[in-house]
Design a protein around this ligand. Sequence first.
Ligand code: PHE
Length: 448
Amino acid sequence: MDPNLRGQWSSKIGFILAGAGAAIGLGNIWRFSYVAGENGGAAFVLVYLFFVIFLGIPLMIGELALGRFTQKNPVGAFTTIKNKPIWKFAGFWGILTCLGILSFYSVIAGWTFGYIFKMLSGDAYGYQTFVSDPYVEVGLFAVFLLFTAGIVYGGVEKGIEKWSKILMPLLLLILIALIVYANFLEGSSKGLEFYLKPDLSKITPKVILSAVGQAMFSLSLGMGLMITYGSYLSKKENIFVSGTSIALLDTLIAIMAGFVIFPALFAMGENPEAGPSLVFVVLPKLFVNMPAGQLVGAFFFILLSIAALTSTISMLEVPVAYFVDEKKVNRKKIVIYATIFTFIMGIPSALSQGTVDFFTNFGLLPKSLSSPDFLSHMNFIFGDFAIVLGALLLSIFVGWVWGTKPAIDEINQGSMKFHKIAPIWAFFMKYIIPIMIILIFLSLFNIF
Ligand code: PHE
């Protein structure tokens, strides 16, 4: 994909795969299981699914439509329709959010990459030593960011997409095998109960915000990414069907991951509320006891690293598309600047898991919103708060500023059947989504 040329996806399936590549990543496996574990398990899952369907899918369609209509990056997309400071801000907000997420996401992606070698050496333990070694942490973070930058710099995303076409079905297969294996472990049924039997009294404003945040994060919504991807779509494309397919595939993978992690976790007597370390503690222990576990484990982390890479590429693509489109900056130059910026922004996260006390016990936000470490703060600020605010701005923009009528006209091109549900979609965009998000924010800040 080369925004210098405003390229287009070569085929329908090409777009679905690239969109799915952006959506499927650490969010589905690492973040989903740790956030679900922290927020009460099944009750969270229920709320999460609710938001994928009623908020995620309509927003996905809205973002793609805005992108295809304007053929622009987020800032360009908002301001071509309405050139007002607030909408310019909305576009920039998305770009900043992408970089903020990229900064801590690449740290976790670095762990994933490091775990390939950890698995190969047969060392399933020692998570804490691993994450608190400054050289390992900053080194792996830098390596992963450089991979990402190298690919976007060389404009060879297409090559990666080809690879992920082959590799992502393998991720699905491994997950199926792991589900079977984990659920035969003694004591695993308690985990299934935790995952599937909702205790509705556990639903608090924080759980709801986390579930919306997770739904949006996992679908890569609320930061202009799907606007950017939509801008590469042709008018023949069925936004409705493609957008929904991406959302459902992404959700399926997250739900499957939960069927591995929670049974395994309870069988091993681990704590579901362990936070960001969750999958890095639980999964390796699952692998070591499996037949050929070292290889299965290494292979799993290879696949997860690639899934993470297709996501980080997409995150870097958003600021790059903006500077190339609007500021006519040389693509390669901006890749370098954006990477340096992200690297600096990510260092505190890389040093926040026991390395540097200040970042480990950062504690700026109340405990009820985020764990004290810097990485968790970034995760909350960019991964929950910023994208939910981004989604609010987008729904107001599409619902009231651009207007649902032109938006529907755009979606109808290429989507024969969309007109049947268009009024429902418009109602969600205009009323349900903004009201839901405003209520969530109000209750979060204890306004009620
Ligand atoms: N959706 C990706 C995941 O689940 C993360 C992501 C966030 C990608 C924001 C792009 C933009 O891993």
